[in-house]
Ligand binder design. Structure first.
Ligand code: GDP
Ligand code: ZN
Length: 291
């Protein structure tokens, strides 16, 4: 029968099926072939023991996307979280999350947290960078602002958090799913001091439909070898509207004459806080050591 891996812990997987939760191990072939089973995988499982609900994972159904660290698959949505203040937004880092999402067919939701620390006008200015491209939620996990809007946006989807440390991902996860009991702030510092925690990934159903990966794991992304400076602009959705009008087909939107993207930046149609990070990331990719 088919099922969904909702939890993985020390080589054991918990699979949600039509007959309830099954505990299973993967066939030896997965390890031999270097295949990692992921939370979020749809799998074919056969029962070994009907009363104990134990089984074996026979095969993995085709994946929409996959990450190795943490090992999760089939993400529909990234909740890209950053703070309006403390820490200040780091725009190139935010774009890296968005570019990774675009490259992996994941729909991003922009979540500007800690809005209780800034004025309405400041929050609006930040949201304007993105709100013509992606859904944007102005949030405060402290006051509860934006929580129901976020719930609506992730309805029926498999969502994972992405964002730097300290922006409030665990706090938002707790607010969405109190049972997750994520360790926040002080407590997670304690574990860093060396207390051993079992490697464990899980996903939870949330009230109203939808599932959340309980990992604050995506705190940064490095571009993979498949990411090229030359095609970086294709991952900026608002650039793609203008780039067909650039004079040169291979325009990088830097200093080329007749660049429609740069003109759109100058006229304010493209936000500078998208264009400047683009240039920065372009240079980063250009300077990446090539073998
Ligand atoms: P994570 O590293 O992204 O998981 O962030 P945490 O959830 O651990 O939060 C980091 C710190 O920011 C903690 O001290 C939280 O209490 C605080 N914090 C989280 N959300 C908010 C918020 O909406 N407003 C304010 N003022 N502080 C927040
Ligand atoms: Zn151009």
């Amino acid at each position: 029968m088919n099922g969904l891996i909702v939890k993985g812990i020390g080589g054991f997987y918990y699979i949600k099926t039509e007959i309830g939760l099954i505990e299973a191990k993967g066939r030896g072939i997965f390890r031999k072939q270097g295949i990692t089973l992921c939370v979020g995988d749809r799998v074919e499982v056969s029962l070994l023991d009907e009363t104990e609900k134990k089984g074996v994972i026979e095969s993995i159904l085709p994946r929409k996307n996959q990450f190795i660290r943490p090992p999760i698959a089939n993400i529909d949505t990234f909740i890209v979280v950053f703070a309006a203040a403390t820490p200040k937004p780091n725009y190139p880092v935010i774009d890296k999350f968005l570019i990774t999402a675009e490259a992996k067919s994941i729909e991003p939701i922009i979540c500007i947290n800690k809005c209780d620390l800034v004025s309405k006008a400041e929050a609006k200015e930040i949201s304007q960078i993105y709100d013509s491209i992606y859904p944007v939620v102005l949030m405060s996990s402290k006051t509860g602002q934006g929580l129901s809007q976020l719930k609506t946006l992730i309805h029926g989807k498999k969502a994972a958090f992405a964002g730097p440390s300290g922006v409030g991902k665990s706090s938002i996860l707790n607010a969405l799913h109190p049972k997750a009991q994520m360790e926040i702030g002080e407590i997670s510092k304690k574990t860093e001091r060396g207390k051993h925690t079992t490697r464990h990934v899980e996903m939870f159903s949330i009230e109203g439909g939808g599932m959340l990966f309980d990992t604050p794991g995506f705190t940064s992304f490095e571009f993979g070898d498949d990411m090229e400076a030359e095609t970086l602009g294709n991952y900026y959705r608002e650039f793609v509207k203008y780039s067909p009008m650039c004079r040169y087909d291979d325009c990088r939107h830097l200093r080329e004459p007749g660049c429609a993207v740069r003109e759109a930046v100058e006229s304010g149609e493209i936000n500078k806080l998208r264009y400047e990070p683009y240039k920065y990331l372009y240079e980063e990719l250009k300077n990446k050591r090539k073998y």
